[in-house]
Design a protein around this ligand. Structure first.
Ligand SMILES: C[S@@+](CC[C@H](N)C(=O)[O-])C[C@H]1O[C@@H](n2cnc3c(N)ncnc32)[C@H](O)[C@@H]1O
Length: 274
């Protein structure tokens, strides 16, 4: 039996971190590994924790898309997960997608870790406890047999590489409010030469959590000036080329330490391209 790779050591959590991008930093990598792959007992110290229902975001997102594909009769053989980070949603999608799921992220370290844990079918990583303490977690991926192939690559959501004929489905989870031009990012999937094939599904999950550090307020979807919400602005951009097939709110939780959590509620829509 092979020893699982060490994805993130405890001394990396509290040391000086010179990584350039936010999502390359050790603390963020640890938080996303826990959110994407952690069991409820890894995340919470008690089953009655008030945020327990927000656990399992990757699996819920994947099941929602699987259900939409079934309901609309869309065969999904080849799909793209944009802004995949350490790849937990990519792996969840591989349980039902027919052939291949490609995860793309601009953070080289996230992609390196996603690849390492895919090769090693798991790995160990450290999470912050209270004060100076850390805890090691070992994650194990199920055997790949019967699942779609999973690939990861470094790439920019604003300049995506397509495939012959376009992907059957594309996921943008919590990334539209992180790219520098959200409307231009969405435009890549429209039209006949798009990255998404005609009849394909585009799933957009976003808490609409805008910050000027990521994009100029002038390009945010929605506007206080004409009293348009982000969800309304999205609908306006999508209405000419897509039919809405599902809409839900999906909660998720990122753990900072046992006494501090970031809770979010993504607005999730699934669109079928005409
Ligand atoms: C909030 S995290 C979401 C991660 C994951 N999709 C999820 O829902 O848990 C945003 C991710 O988008 C990535 N990202 C930000 N800008 C990007 C860009 N221009 N191209 C590709 N990925 C980007 C970040 O590196 C980060 O991994």
């Amino acid at each position: 039996m092979s020893i699982p790779p060490v994805l993130l050591k405890s001394d990396e959590l509290f040391g000086e971190d010179r990584s350039e991008g936010l999502y390359d930093k050790s603390r963020e990598i640890s938080r996303y590994l826990l959110m994407h792959y952690g069991e409820p007992t890894d995340v919470f110290d008690r089953s009655s924790h008030p945020l327990a229902a927000a656990h399992g975001y990757p699996g819920r997102l994947s099941r929602m898309l699987e259900e939409a594909a079934r309901a609309t009769g869309t065969r999904v053989a080849d799909m793209l997960d944009v802004g995949c980070n350490v790849g937990g949603v990519t792996h969840a999608l591989s349980t039902w997608v027919a052939d291949r799921v490609v995860g793309v992220d601009i953070s080289p370290r996230s992609i390196e870790i996603a690849r390492a844990l895919t090769r090693g079918r798991g790995g160990s990583f450290s999470v912050a406890e209270l004060g100076p303490f850390t805890r090691d977690i070992v994650l194990t991926l199920p055997e790949p047999a019967g699942r779609a192939a999973v690939e990861f690559e470094v790439g920019d959501a604003g300049a995506l590489r397509g495939t012959d004929g376009g992907y059957d489905a594309v996921l943008l989870s919590n990334v539209l409010d992180r790219v520098d031009d959200p409307a231009a990012c969405l435009a890549q999937f429209s039209g006949p030469a798009g990255i998404l094939r005609g009849g394909g599904l585009l799933m957009i999950a976003c808490p609409w959590s805008w910050y000027p550090e990521f994009s100029h307020p002038g390009v945010w979807l929605g506007s206080a000036h004409d009293r348009t919400s982000s969800a309304q602005a999205l609908e306006q951009l999508m209405r000419d080329g897509y039919d809405l097939v599902a809409e839900q709110d999906q909660p998720g939780v990122l753990r900072q330490n046992p006494r501090e959590y970031d809770y979010f509620e993504a607005h999730v829509t699934i669109w079928k391209k005409r």
